[in-house]
Ligand binder design. Structure first.
Ligand SMILES: [Zn+2]
Ligand SMILES: [Zn+2]
Length: 186
């Protein structure tokens, strides 16, 4: 198996964990080699499922409140929803009826990684969806029409059921969400 095939499916998710490119490559080369070794055993099926488990740590920065460090620990609800990926890495059966152009639009939103709280505050004083201020590691996205900024994971969930900016009510995208039952959740 070629490691970059795994990267096609997993690279973006691992980047969400703030994993550097070289670490992503090392991990996936190891996983691909392991799959090749297992597949080389006579009598085995050629298709070997590969599961990559990642231990995630959160680190308290100098001068950062412990509550802020804990609150930015990566959890499924802080990540881009798997069912909205253009190429879901696993079979997604729930809530997958968001229209394709909307999915592409949400995926194309630029994500600004907060590496410094002061800089983050200049981009987004507070996310008006979850009412939290930016902390280190957050990813912020702007609505192109009005420039209002939110956490990326908050904004994509919002726009799967609303067409307007939560702050100024401008048209945030031209694609009608098709799933009125999309709810906030992991
Ligand atoms: Zn938010
Ligand atoms: Zn706005």
């Amino acid at each position: 198996m070629k490691w970059w095939i795994l990267k096609t499916y997993l690279g973006d998710r691992l980047e969400e964990y703030w994993m550097p490119d070289d670490e992503i490559e090392n991990l996936l080369v190891g996983a691909a080699n392991f799959a090749d070794e297992r597949a080389a055993v006579p009598g085995r099926r050629r298709e070997i499922p590969v599961v990559v488990a990642v231990d995630v740590l959160t680190v308290q920065q100098d001068g950062e409140l412990l509550s802020a460090a804990v609150s930015r620990a990566i959890r499924p609800e802080f990540m881009y929803p798997l069912e909205l990926w253009p190429r879901p890495p696993v079979a997604v059966t729930q809530r997958q009826d968001v229209c394709r152009p909307l999915k592409s639009f949400l995926w194309s939103l630029r994500k600004i990684r907060v590496t410094d709280v002061e800089e983050g505050l200049r981009v987004m004083e507070e996310c008006h969806i979850c009412l939290n201020s930016p902390t280190i590691g957050d990813r912020i996205s702007l609505i192109p029409n009005c420039g209002h900024a939110f956490h990326n994971h908050c904004l994509v969930k919002w726009l799967t059921w609303s067409e307007t900016c939560p702050v100024c009510r401008c048209e945030a995208h031209p694609y009608r969400p098709t799933n009125p039952y999309y709810m906030f959740g992991p």
